[in-house]
Every structure is written in structure tokens, then in C-alpha cells.
Design a protein around this ligand. Structure first.
Ligand SMILES: C[S@@+](CC[C@H](N)C(=O)[O-])C[C@H]1O[C@@H](n2cnc3c(N)ncnc32)[C@H](O)[C@@H]1O
Length: 426
């Protein structure tokens, strides 16, 4: 069995070098394939996710305890991992330190004493360190300073709660496929499996215990999908009527496409620029027993894939910073830079412009992001409405059932921070 701290440190190192977390796991797991790694994978993932959430704090602690720069990056990452574990108070402190010392020996034998000294020093001076740490916002909240300042600026009263929610474990939220099973029957299955849960809507529920996807009852049978509640409401907001022609213009992996098809008898075209991701839409449709016209193509000025028949409804779930789902994609808060928001907003504006000619007069387009930053949300919509005088914003009455500020869902325990605007064409 490999040392989990060591592998987790290697994943963190790759992340800090600029790779995203999924890629970093893939590389480290591939390189260490022959070591009965499967049993450890979940443990390594949990350790890494926790450490990435904690990184702002562990950076502060290392700066406080270590006077000179740590030359060996893997050793430094190992200390980050061990500091996170020590903060959890779930395990015996000395076991964690001993495991870290063993892992350090595998990286560079001479560095093991250094790791031992840092971690023991931390345990002795923990209270003092935390007193100072809590005075620095980047350490206290564990985000980049620009991110914290922006959230403070945009959410005058909710900023602290939003930052804290972003550091928590996300709930496991399911959407029941009512074409395959009723909510009541599915809840009975959960009870038979001893899985506590709460219903949050007619088709949405949260399971109290974290489970891997294949352990969720009825997943392969297409009874359910994993989808955040904030994303599940897209179908409700799109105001779909039986028989309509609908375009899901940025569709992969198809969560919202499938939700639409489960809710009404409509004709859906699912467009996706990325071939591999477009195949995932087809996989999901097959698993759930649904049908759509999946097109591998690009929403753009030319719309070369388009046959000329306009749509009643368009769902435009654009690529974005993902700042509203940071508790699920923990690497985002370290990888994103402030300048990225401008690039995203330009792309989003052009996607909106490219989608507009495809909609019928009187038809509706739902603009969606999973961002909490106005650059990608309100600003894009206001710019668009100024240029396109035939676009009218419609009140989203259903949103009033959920806490939102001007169409921005405020991330909470039960849902992520999505943004929705419904535009109607004159
Ligand atoms: C936020 S994701 C969509 C998530 C999806 N709606 C769901 O609920 O599962 C955005 C998707 O848009 C795709 N995309 C980006 N640019 C595109 C374009 N010009 N045309 C079509 N798809 C595009 C991305 O590859 C990505 O899969």
C-alpha cells in the first residue's frame, strides 16, 4: 500500500503547477497504477479535496513557521496535506506526523527531520498561529484576496456565508427520472438501502451520506441523475410547453437536456462543441431512456449545423468561471484569476448573440451561468439588451421560492450559486 499523504502531495503539486484537479488525479493515479491503488483512491481524493479547500490557511501556517523558501515542492505539498489533516482533529496527531515523516523519507531522506520539526512546532504553537491567521482574510477564508474582495463587494450582507459555503462539502443531490419511477417508489428504495434523505422538490432529493455514483441505488437503471438543485430549476424557468422545439445550445454533459426531456414531451436538439463531451450527452440519454438530436457542432456566427428552423425555447448554459460551484470544483478558487472574468464575459456575450437569431419571435431564451460574479451575469445581459432592442427580460416568478438577489441564487447548503435570466424575443 502506498502512503496516501505522499500521493495526495503529488496531486497538489501538479495542481499548484497549473493543472486542474481532475487532470492531476489522472496523472498521479496512472503513474502509480500497480499498488492496489483502487482501494486508496477515495481516501486520496478526500485528503486532496480537503487540503485544497484549506490551502489558504496552510500557506499562512507554512509562511509563519518556515523562514526560508522550501526548495523541494513535493515536501512542501506534503506539509500542506499533513497540516490539513491535523486541523481536522479526526485522527491522532502523532500518527499523522509519523506518516508524514515516512512519506518525506520516500521523497528525500534528508528532509524527514525538517518535516517532523515543522509539524511538531505547529502542534506546539497552534493557538498563537490561529490567532494571527484569523487576522488575514486570505488565510481565514482560504481564497485569493481578489476573490474575497469581489464577493464582499457584490454581496454586502451574504459575503461571509457565501465564502464559507464554498469551503464545505457539497450535498449529494439527485433528480428522480419520473418517466422511469415515482418519487415515492424511489424514496422507498432508499429506505430499503438504509439511506436517509430529504425531499426538496417534486423530483429533487438530498441523500445525507456521501456515496460514489455506482453505489447510488437505481443509477444504472436510469431512475435518477446526480444534479444540484440550483441546476434542476432550469427546466421550470424555461417555461416549456408540450410539443415545443427546444435547443440546448451548450449541452454537455446533458444534465439539463435530460431534465427537460423527463419533464415534458418536447423535441430537443442538444448542441455541443466538444466531441468527447457530446458523447457523454448520448450516454446519459441512453441510461435514462430519453431521446434528443445530439449535434457535435458550434454555436457561432455561422451556425453551420443549423437547418434554418427556429426554436420555441433556447437554453444557453454558457461556459463560465464556475465561481458558484466552488465547493464541487475546489481547484477553481486557486486556478482562476481576475482577468479570466473579462475573457469569459466576452465569450458569453458572443454566444448569446449567436443564439439570438435561432429563436422564434415570441420565443424565450434562458441564459444560465454557475457563476456568482456580475461580469458574467448581469453585465452580459445589460450589454445585450442595449444592443438587441427586441429582447425583453421576463420576471422569473419561480425564483422567488429560493433565496436570490436580482436573479443570482445565493449559494446555500441546498444549492449552488447559479444565475438565470429569461429573455423573450418580440
Ligand atoms: C456549463 S457547460 C453546460 C452544462 C450542461 N448544460 C449541463 O447541465 O449538463 C457548457 C458547455 O458548453 C460547451 N460549449 C462551449 N462553447 C460552445 C459553443 N460555441 N458551441 C457549443 N457548445 C459550446 C462546453 O464544451 C461545455 O460542455
Amino acid at each position: 500500500m502506498q502512503n496516501s499523504q505522499l500521493l495526495s502531495a503529488k496531486v497538489l503539486e501538479s495542481l499548484l503547477d497549473g493543472a486542474n484537479l481532475d487532470k492531476s488525479f489522472e496523472v498521479v493515479f496512472r503513474e502509480n497504477k500497480n499498488n492496489k491503488l483502487e482501494i486508496q483512491e477515495a481516501q486520496i481524493k478526500a485528503l486532496t479535496y480537503g487540503s485544497v479547500r484549506f490551502l489558504g490557511k496552510s500557506r499562512f501556517i507554512i509562511n509563519y513557521l518556515v523562514k526560508n523558501k522550501i526548495e523541494n515542492r513535493t515536501v512542501e505539498c506534503l506539509i500542506h496535506i499533513a497540516l490539513y489533516q491535523l486541523s481536522q482533529e479526526k485522527f491522532n496527531d502523532f500518527t499523522i506526523v509519523n506518516q508524514a515523516v515516512d512519506a518525506a523519507k520516500k521523497i528525500d531522506f534528508r528532509k524527514s527531520k525538517f518535516v517532523n520539526a515543522i509539524l511538531r512546532n505547529y502542534l506546539r504553537s497552534k493557538d498563537d498561529v490561529y490567532e494571527l491567521l484569523n487576522k488575514e482574510q486570505a488565510a481565514k477564508y482560504s481564497y485569493q484576496n481578489w476573490w474575497i474582495n469581489k464577493v464582499k463587494d457584490e454581496f454586502k450582507s451574504d459575503w461571509e456565508a457565501i465564502l464559507e459555503i464554498g469551503n464545505q462539502h457539497p450535498p449529494l443531490t439527485l433528480r428522480v427520472n419520473k418517466r422511469r419511477i415515482t418519487m415515492q417508489k424511489y424514496c422507498e428504495i432508499l429506505i430499503e438501502h438504509g439511506l436517509e434523505h430529504k425531499e426538496i422538490s417534486n423530483t429533487g432529493l438530498i441523500i445525507n451520506k456521501p456515496l460514489s455514483i455506482n453505489d447510488i441505488p437505481g443509477f444504472m437503471e436510469g431512475y435518477i441523475s446526480v444534479q444540484d438543485f440550483g441546476a434542476q430549476i432550469a427546466t421550470e424557468l424555461l417555461d416549456i410547453k408540450k410539443g415545443q422545439k427546444i435547443l440546448d445550445a451548450c449541452a454537455a454533459p446533458g444534465g439539463k437536456t435530460c431534465n427537460i426531456l423527463e419533464s415534458e414531451d418536447v423535441d430537443v436538439t442538444a448542441l455541443e462543441i466538444n466531441k468527447e463531451r457530446a458523447d457523454k450527452i448520448s450516454d446519459n440519454l441512453n441510461r435514462l431512456g430519453l431521446n434528443a438530436n445530439v449535434i457535435h457542432g458550434s454555436l457561432s456566427n455561422d451556425n453551420l449545423w443549423w437547418k434554418g428552423e427556429q426554436f420555441d425555447r433556447i437554453l444557453l448554459d454558457v461556459p463560465c468561471s464556475a465561481s458558484g460551484i466552488v465547493r464541487r470544483h475546489v481547484d477553481i478558487k486557486w486556478l482562476r484569476q481576475m482577468g479570466d472574468l473579462k475573457k469569459f464575459s466576452e465569450m458569453q456575450y458572443h454566444l448569446l448573440k449567436s443564439a439570438w437569431p435561432l429563436i422564434k419571435s415570441g420565443g424565450k431564451l434562458l441564459y444560465v451561468t454557475c457563476s456568482i460574479f456580475s461580469n458574467e451575469n448581469r453585465d452580459v445581459i445589460e450589454r445585450f439588451k442595449k444592443e438587441f432592442r427586441d429582447a425583453k427580460e421576463i420576471d422569473l416568478i419561480y425564483l422567488n421560492t429560493i433565496k436570490h438577489i436580482k436573479n443570482q441564487l445565493v449559494p446555500s447548503e441546498n444549492h449552488d450559486g447559479l444565475f438565470y435570466v429569461l429573455l423573450q424575443k418580440n
